[in-house]
Design a protein around this ligand. Structure first.
Ligand SMILES: [Zn+2]
Ligand SMILES: [Zn+2]
Length: 243
């Protein structure tokens, strides 16, 4: 599996860099995980967006879905070179209004996932875990043979993430705050991300969903400190990780 970061900011794009989006490639399959602001533009630097095999959405906050409508227009307006008749877009059904938007006549088909049985996309198995967030959101574990990637989606820290991420080859976390952040939060701090990586004994941690106005070097240093011996990297546009 090869994962390429297409956007990594939380909330809104900033100075040419987008919000959440990751291209996962495996054995000729192209899967887009989240489709935030700026992601379609960035995706087109790597593949023709008409060559996507699937889109998988963690939740329906705009910083994860902002470019979905224009991706659908891309498929609608340029039908000659599509890899599939309809683009499969996977989402949860806890929000029927947003789930309905995944289906566009002659363009895309919404497909429901849930947290009680895995979803198979090509050779990849996707498992989902409901997170703690103001709207329903799902972390996902993507497994192929003995390799796995876990993406926390957006979430406050909770212990269930440790089991879910256990032993994964790459853990991508929603790390939106510095270690000293206090009060009620809907994302994780550097301390929580680092400790999660350490407790789950993952092989590598990637902090993502980063803040715009805080030095990323500081975010990385704090996370690495709590992750201890787990190698930690920060997401940036174009970062490729092979698993
Ligand atoms: Zn977000
Ligand atoms: Zn969110």
């Amino acid at each position: 599996m090869l994962i390429t970061v297409l956007g990594y900011y939380g909330g809104y794009p900033y100075q040419g860099k987008g919000t959440s989006g990751y291209l996962l490639q495996d054995d000729g399959k192209n899967i887009l995980i989240d489709c935030g602001s700026g992601v379609l533009n960035e995706l087109s630097n790597y593949i023709d967006p008409l060559q996507l095999d699937a889109v998988v959405l963690s939740h329906y906050h705009h910083d994860h879905t902002a470019d979905l409508g224009v991706l659908q227009y891309n498929w609608q307006l340029d039908p000659t070179n599509r890899k599939h008749d309809l683009l499969p877009i996977y989402g949860h059904t806890q929000d029927f209004v947003n789930f309905a938007q995944l289906t566009m006549d002659g363009v895309s088909q919404g497909i429901a996932y849930n947290d009680y049985e895995p979803t198979q996309i090509g050779d990849l198995q996707f498992e989902f875990l409901r997170t703690i967030h103001p709207v329903p959101a799902y972390a996902m574990k993507i497994t192929k043979e003995d390799k796995s990637i876990v993406y926390t989606s957006d979430t406050a820290y909770f212990d269930g993430l440790v089991d879910f991420a256990k032993g994964s080859d790459l853990l991508i976390t929603d790390t939106n705050f510095t270690e000293d952040k206090t009060g009620k939060i809907w994302h994780m701090t550097t301390k929580q991300s680092g400790e999660l990586a350490q407790k789950a004994r993952v092989k590598r941690l990637m902090i993502s969903h980063l803040p715009q106005k805080i030095d990323i070097e500081r975010m990385l240093k704090e996370s690495q400190n709590y992750a201890q011996d787990v190698p930690t990297i920060n997401a940036f546009t174009g970062l490729e990780v092979k698993i």
